[in-house]
Every structure is written in structure tokens, then in C-alpha cells.
Design a protein. Structure first.
Length: 298
């Protein structure tokens, strides 16, 4: 019996991670490998919405005959699913430029490239193999690209994302209401319990001057939450990024004056009181990349 290669994203994955896991498992199976997509934890509301529309259920069960793990849409140890150890990871596919996945996963072939969505990298693999993704995978990948790039209007959007989205749309036109529906599903989950959403979407990053945390809430109407999230910043080195994918626009809220000055100097943003309003959408991955690349310990 062939042994299984597990394709998985971070713990409690978003749509991009789920789409990549499903898509890459399909591509590997169609090119002769025994692969299975595994979801660790609970996918977010947007991912669940699109999965329900394409009528796919992704298992959380890890095959007992696993021979290796591929990580998609993630490359950082803190996000590692509970069932994965760094040594078993044989491949990493991500679009975040901060971190050091080569050191974190010493046995892995690493592809980290600056595109708006990891789903773009997965579709390019289908294209290089000369294989068209199934309708289910094609819709998932396309929905993920639309989500991550704020409908191809966000500042992270690259020509590769646009090309991938157009090619997928030509193969598998999206249902007319899908994108609006997935954004509304994400917003409903966030607004249902805002403190829980902030906690769930908080990530911790290391810096010579100390760790810092960034939470990102991305949904239609996100900028209207500025006043509500101020009280949820319970650490002096914490910020909240609010992103509206429909406008698209973003805001960064930092209530601690010392930390706010630190963020402003490294991220190149200007605050009006405790809130910065970037001219273009500034996602967490872009914000963190700016901070970490700025150097300096204090």
C-alpha cells in the first residue's frame, strides 16, 4: 500500500490555506502521488462558507501511514498544526517573506514568493503540470485569491495573482454571489464575538527589542470597529490591523504611546492619535515585514 503525504495549513486555517491544501492534494494525486488534505482545528467562517458551496468536506483525521507533511500558506513555527513536528515537513509553500522557514524546517524544500495569495502559487503548479484543476479546487483557489487580494484591488496584488484569477475564471466561472457571501460570512463570525475574534487572529512576532503582537480583522465594515477594538488591546506591545476588503482600505490601532512611536518609525506609517490610516491597504504580513526589515534593537 502507498504511504500518504499529508497536505495541511496552519492550525484553524483560513480560506487560502484550505484552498491550497485541497488543491495541492488533488494535483499530487493526479500526478501519481498518494496525498490527502488535512485540516487541523476549525477552518474560519469564510473557508467553511466556500467549502459548503463546493460541497467538500476536508478531514481532520491524520492517516496512520503518513510519510511526510507539506505545509501550505504557512511557514512559521508558532502556526504549526499540533500533529506536525518540524522534522517531518518535506515541503513549504507560502507567500510571507518574514521568518526563516529554511532553518525552521531543515528537511523541507521551501517556496516562499511575494504574491498576494498562496493559492496563486498552487494554480501555477497546475499550469506547469498542464493540468486543469477540478471545478471544486478551481473555485476554492479562485475564491482564495479574491479574498487575499481584496478582489484584486489590494496593495499585495501582483500580476501573477491577476493572471491566475483570470485563468481560473475562464476555466470555472464563479457563482455570482460567492465572493460577497464569503466576505459576509467572515464579517458575521468577527462581529458575533469581537474579543474572541481579536484573540483568535493575534500572532506573536520576535524582535531584538522584545516580542510584539499583531491582530488582523479583515471584513466588510472593518474600519467602523476602530472605537470598539481600542479596549481589546490588553498588552503594551500589541496592535490591531483592520482591513476592509471591499473598499479596500485599512487602519492600524496602537494605544500605547511608546509602542506606537516604535511602530511608526519602523513601518513608515503616520498616526492620528492612536490610529494610522495608510494610503493603501497595509496587511499584517506587510506591516510585520516592514518592522522586521527596519533593523535596530530599540
Amino acid at each position: 500500500m502507498p504511504r500518504s503525504l499529508v497536505i495541511t495549513a496552519k492550525q484553524n486555517p483560513d480560506l487560502d490555506g484550505v484552498a491550497c491544501a485541497v488543491g495541492y492534494a488533488e494535483l499530487l494525486k493526479r500526478t501519481g502521488s498518494h496525498a490527502v488534505a488535512v485540516v487541523a482545528g476549525k477552518p474560519d467562517a469564510e473557508a467553511r462558507f466556500v467549502l459548503s458551496r463546493v460541497q467538500i468536506e476536508v478531514s481532520a483525521a491524520v492517516p496512520s501511514d503518513t510519510t511526510g507533511v507539506v505545509l501550505v500558506d504557512m511557514s512559521a513555527l508558532p502556526e504549526l498544526p499540533e500533529f506536525v513536528t518540524p522534522e517531518v515537513v518535506i515541503e513549504v509553500i507560502d507567500h510571507r517573506l518574514h521568518g526563516d522557514p529554511t532553518s525552521s524546517f531543515p528537511n523541507a524544500v521551501v517556496q516562499v514568493e511575494a504574491v498576494g495569495a498562496a493559492a496563486t502559487l498552487l494554480f501555477e503548479r497546475f499550469s506547469r503540470a498542464g493540468i486543469a484543476p477540478s471545478w471544486e479546487s478551481g473555485v476554492l483557489l479562485q475564491a482564495a485569491i479574491q479574498s487575499n487580494t481584496q478582489r484584486l484591488n489590494g496593495s499585495v496584488t501582483t500580476p501573477r495573482d491577476v493572471d491566475a484569477a483570470r485563468a481560473l475564471q475562464a476555466l470555472h466561472p464563479l457563482p455570482a454571489d460567492l465572493i460577497d457571501g464569503q466576505f459576509k460570512a467572515r464579517a458575521a463570525e468577527i462581529l458575533c464575538d469581537l474579543p474572541a475574534a481579536v484573540l483568535r487572529e493575534t500572532k506573536t512576532f520576535e524582535h531584538a527589542s522584545g516580542t510584539f503582537q499583531v491582530s488582523q480583522l479583515e471584513c466588510p465594515g472593518a474600519l467602523e470597529l476602530v472605537a470598539k477594538v481600542r479596549s481589546l488591546l490588553n498588552s503594551s506591545r500589541t496592535m490591531i490591523s483592520l482591513v476592509d476588503p471591499v473598499l479596500p482600505a485599512s487602519a492600524i490601532v496602537v494605544t500605547d504611546p511608546e509602542f506606537r512611536a516604535w511602530v511608526a518609525s519602523r513601518a513608515g506609517v503616520t498616526f492620528d492619535s492612536d490610529t494610522a490610516w495608510p494610503a493603501q491597504v497595509l496587511l499584517r504580513k506587510q506591516l510585520v515585514a516592514r518592522i522586521l526589515s527596519a533593523g535596530g534593537g530599540e
